[in-house]
Write a protein that binds this ligand. Structure first.
Ligand code: SF4
Length: 367
């Protein structure tokens, strides 16, 4: 794995910076402002994306702010330039979903992922702009999806990986009816400066318990556990080296104004005296494929690639992790060429350790 690929597996688009919620752990700097993406930005992105989608499966992920806060008319206008084969996904807080939005998702074949942190009492951080709990509105939105028979994924943030939490979480999402679940341990990034260091044994235990809960009733695709099992299987088969891509996926985020940040959406909207505004170009002046072809030359990206190589040279978990996320390095370490972060300890190292702990605890005697 050396440098960035010039073709990503998907593009993230920010239709508006605005979010109607004000969650305590949110990383977004401009979520109180309604800065909307002009259609010209989507047209410029579509020129490149439609070409990629003509030869391979390709996705656009609409991610805000709260993308639905842009409104149906605006979102439809932004989606219109993309070819029919392009797959559209939306990451939403679900509070605005109603029957009309569900009809929109069906008409536009849009796949939905909702953000919810588990049962009501675990959603205390998810609040409206007036500071009121958002949970009832979230579950109303999810109920609308279910009424319309729309499959959905879910993303949960865990800020206290303590005993019992994993079982509670998994059982909750079984009842909620999602098809895929992603679990994020809260991260220190963007405007969220809360510490994310946890007791190592507690986090490892959390992941081990999550595997146990999943194995009892594996109806949900559990993102992190499936990654880990795929890696463990590949190690046993001797094919683990083939799991890492040859080059890093650039995962471009196109901000509302057309500026492009690669690798980490969380860097969009920030500036630093050393790295400037982290952007690699703007689709209003340069085609997206040209921006990505030269993204390796963005100052901070070169430093990040050095950091990935430092991980490769020093970390026994590199084959599983692939070198971590740019934003976590920057917001935790202040630079991109460091290696371990609290995020990678919580969500890579202890995840793999947790899966192995579960395997050890459930080994058959004599095996
Ligand atoms: S686990 Fe951390 S130190 Fe190891 S490869 Fe990943 S980011 Fe680097």
């Amino acid at each position: 794995m050396r440098g960035l690929s010039s073709v990503p597996s998907y593009v993230v688009m920010q239709p508006t910076t605005l979010c109607n919620l004000d969650c305590a752990y949110c990383y977004l700097p401009f979520r109180a402002a309604d800065r909307r993406m002009p259609v010209g930005v989507a047209e410029a992105v579509a020129e490149t994306v439609n070409h990629w989608a003509s030869t391979a499966r390709f996705s656009v992920v609409w991610h805000g702010g709260e993308p639905l806060a842009a409104g149906r008319e605006q979102l439809a206008a932004l989606m219109a330039p993309f070819a029919p084969g392009v797959e559209h996904h939306v990451q939403t807080n679900a509070t605005l979903i109603d029957d009309t939005w569900c009809e929109f998702f069906v008409a536009h074949r849009m796949r939905v992922s909702v953000s919810v942190d588990g049962p009501r009492e675990r959603n205390g951080e998810r609040v409206t702009r007036a500071g009121q709990p958002a949970y009832d509105r979230i579950v109303r939105g999810v109920a609308a999806l279910r009424r319309h028979g729309l499959p959905f994924s879910a993303l949960a943030v865990v800020n206290d990986p303590s005993p019992g939490r994993a079982t509670e979480l998994y059982d909750y999402f079984l009842d909620l009816g999602c098809e895929v679940l992603g679990v994020n341990i809260e991260e220190t990034e963007g405007v969220n400066i809360r510490a994310n260091a946890h007791d190592a044994a507690a986090v490892t235990g959390f992941w081990a318990e999550l595997v146990s809960a999943w194995r009892r009733d594996p109806r949900i695709h559990l993102r992190e556990v499936e990654w880990s099992l795929r890696y463990a299987g590949a190690v046993l088969d001797g094919t683990a080296d083939a799991l890492l891509p040859g080059r890093l996926d650039p995962i471009p985020t196109v901000a509302y104004d057309g500026s492009v940040v690669v690798l980490s959406p969380e860097l969009a909207g920030f500036t630093d005296p050393r790295y400037g505004d982290f952007t690699s170009g703007n689709v209003l002046t340069t085609p997206l494929h040209t921006i990505l072809a030269g993204a390796d030359r963005t100052a901070w990206v070169g430093e990040f690639v050095d950091g990935v190589e430092a991980c490769r040279a020093s970390c026994p978990y590199f084959g599983f992790c692939g070198g971590g996320h740019a934003a976590n390095r920057y917001f935790e370490l202040g630079r991109f060429d460091g290696t371990e972060t609290e995020h990678c300890r919580n969500s890579k190292i202890r995840l793999l350790e947790g899966v192995l702990e579960h395997a050890r605890d459930h080994q058959s005697p004599g095996a």
